[in-house]
Design a protein around this ligand. Structure first.
Ligand code: M6R
Length: 368
């Protein structure tokens, strides 16, 4: 039931603080992450020399965030591969490879077939899934459930933030087991636990602002999204949300790619969302993104920036600034995606579209 919300999507966007809190619950002990479901798998996590994360659509963008987090904390190489690409080639995998699959439904045929394929090739398999007892977790050696609750809208929102949360938990769990966490791990765990409240803050403070932005963009034919580091997958996700429910051409890029091609698209009035990483984590990465903003602004782009509170460096070059609270570097995606979800929803609504049932799409893609 929509419980008074205009759409399931609106309800599910609003439920994200709970989706994330429920995914964390029971998995933190003191200042450490301990995922009870993974009890007994220490040998596995210590013995692997490689991780491949496989998924489709939005789940594959959560996977990209997972790559950064697991490499950072567990110091094991991670590749992300779309499930439908993975199984149609001859990947180098074996019993030291952990294949992590991510699926909200747990029934996506492409992802299921990738998991089966990985198992046949001798890899160890772990699934991150939102649906208890679904086929993909049943076909996997281990499962870490996301506890986002049932997601009804075709466009994934709360399942996505819960997937990222589960991967952050997994990265911290694996890092602890492998002995590769740095001294700052305890503060990362604290940041993780503070996420639900900070998501609630973004919802409370930016909802109206972002919805207004969408109002003046209802006639827009194309929107671009730029990000770096863990902001890059969020750029991809922002673009996918817009395509799915607003039927507007949208593309997400790694900001560093701009000068390798996409900057040719920039003409006066072109709306571009830029996800700006905190200068507190890396002054260098931040300054690179600020110069990307300058480059597109000089060519007339209409720049909408998502930046942390207090980041004044973006002000001279931004047409609009959406603020997110301060958090750890790996946690920014969970906050930055929220305004993009609201934007897509508001734009679809401004165009009179049904946000829950976009044309041509099914909630769960159970055919190849
Ligand atoms: O159920 P899954 O997480 O396996 O679904 C994967 C994709 O089909 C899904 O994320 C799709 O991209 C959504 N419609 C995104 O909003």
């Amino acid at each position: 039931e929509k419980g008074g919300w205009p759409s399931f999507m609106a309800k599910e966007v609003a439920e994200q603080p709970d989706a994330v809190a429920n995914t964390i619950r029971g998995r933190v002990q003191g200042d450490q992450v301990v995922i009870p479901e993974l009890d007994g798998l220490d040998e596995l996590f210590i013995g692997i020399d490689r991780v491949i994360i496989t998924a489709c659509g939005t789940a594959s963008y959560a996977a990209l965030v997972g790559k950064y987090a697991i490499e950072q904390w567990a110091r094991v190489p991670v590749d992300v591969e779309l499930a439908h690409e993975f199984r149609y080639r001859d990947p180098v995998i074996g019993d030291k490879t952990l294949v992590i699959s991510i699926s909200q439904s747990g029934e996506t045929m492409d992802t299921l077939m990738a998991v089966k394929y990985a198992r046949e090739r001798g890899a160890r398999t772990l699934s991150v899934c939102n649906t208890q007892g679904a086929t993909i977790p049943r076909e996997s050696d281990a499962v870490v459930y996301t506890h986002a609750g049932p997601e009804v809208a075709v466009a994934s929102t709360k399942a996505f933030s819960a997937q990222i949360t589960a991967l952050l938990l997994l990265g911290l769990h694996m890092g602890r087991v492998r002995g590769s966490l740095s001294d700052s791990a305890a503060s990362d765990v604290a940041e993780l636990q503070a996420l639900p409240e900070k998501i609630a803050q973004v919802l409370a403070e930016e909802q109206e602002h972002v919805a207004q932005l969408a109002g003046w963009m209802a006639d827009t034919r194309s929107v671009l999204f730029l990000g770096r580091h863990v902001g890059y997958p969020i750029a991809l996700e922002g673009a996918l949300k817009l395509k799915e429910i607003s039927y507007i051409h949208a593309e997400g890029f790694a900001a560093g790619e701009l000068k390798h091609g996409p900057i040719a698209l920039i003409e006066p009035g072109q709306p571009v969302f830029v996800i700006v990483p905190s200068p507190r984590h890396s002054a260098l990465v931040h300054s690179k993104v600020v110069s990307n903003i300058q480059e597109i602004r000089a060519r007339g782009a209409r720049v909408i920036v998502i930046a942390e509170e207090g980041d004044a460096a973006v002000l001279p070059f931004a047409d609009e600034v959406i603020r997110i609270p301060l958090t750890g570097a790996m946690f920014e995606p969970v906050l930055a995606v929220v305004p993009l979800q609201i934007f897509a929803m508001a734009l679809a609504t401004a165009k009179g579209l049904d946000v829950d049932q976009p044309r041509n799409l099914a909630k769960s893609v159970t055919v190849e």
